[in-house]
Design a protein around this ligand. Structure first.
Ligand SMILES: C[S@@+](CC[C@H](N)C(=O)[O-])C[C@H]1O[C@@H](n2cnc3c(N)ncnc32)[C@H](O)[C@@H]1O
Length: 223
């Protein structure tokens, strides 16, 4: 069952229109540099293989980066226009890069699309958390926790500006940390980001883990 959401940002057609009209001031034309730099160079960066979701993937730059790093990436967005752009830029769906048009909060749709509870190694957050209504943040975090397998990770770049209104809605770093901790995730990193693009120097980067051991890989030939 879907969770009722406030209009109009809860309406995919509102986002479709932004993509069509070029009202997409968040677009970087590349994966966010702090995430790319972290994934490519940081000693604590999650390692492939693994199945990783990018919620609110927009034009799909982070999903394409994850594929490049050896993960199986799933770019999810409820805007058909966003995914049309993602396909144009990064190619049609294939084994290692999938595009999924669905509402992140529609549990049944996610399960039917192959995202049941515990089905992901990781989730990469970039400007989805700041795009949804702040009243839905607990639902976002609950969704992350439900989808991650034991030992799964959340890598996120959070826009912690203090301005009124949104989207993009700002975040308080202490509150984000507390909300994720209370949901049971364990912080490995939570710090101001480096390498942010101009005008986003208030981003924070975090890596959290779901407690537990990741499932053992299945050996070919075992029964
Ligand atoms: C600010 S844009 C960011 C896009 C991309 N992450 C980027 O940084 O370029 C937010 C994206 O989240 C998507 N989105 C918002 N709410 C969503 C929801 N409930 N389910 C799926 N996608 C959603 C929008 O369609 C939009 O593409």
């Amino acid at each position: 069952m879907s969770i009722p959401r406030p209009a109009p940002i809860a309406d995919p057609s509102c986002w479709d229109q932004r993509y069509r009209e070029g009202g997409d001031g968040w677009e970087l034309g590349q994966a966010a540099p702090p995430l790319a730099q972290f994934l490519r160079t940081h000693p604590l960066a999650p390692q492939s293989p693994g199945r990783v979701l990018v919620p609110g993937c927009g034009r799909g730059h982070e999903a394409a980066l994850l594929e490049d790093l050896g993960f199986t990436a799933i770019g999810l967005d409820f805007s058909g226009e966003a995914l049309r752009e993602a396909r144009r830029l990064h190619g049609e769906a294939r084994a290692t890069l999938q595009w999924l048009q669905a509402d992140l909060f529609d549990r049944q749709a996610l399960t039917e699309a192959g995202l049941p509870p515990g089905s992901l190694s990781g989730i990469v957050e970039h400007t989805c958390f700041c795009a949804i209504d702040p009243g839905l943040r607990q639902d976002y975090i609950a969704t992350v926790c439900r989808l991650l397998a034991p030992g799964g990770w959340l890598l996120g770049l959070f826009w912690c500006h203090g301005r009124q209104g949104g989207p993009p809605w700002g975040s308080d770093p202490q509150l984000v940390e507390a909300q994720l901790r209370q949901a049971g995730l364990v912080a490995e990193i939570w710090q101001p980001a480096t390498d942010s693009v101009d005008k986003r120097n208030d981003e924070w980067l975090g890596l959290w883990r779901q407690p537990g051991q990741p499932p053992a890989p299945v050996e070919i030939g075992s029964c």
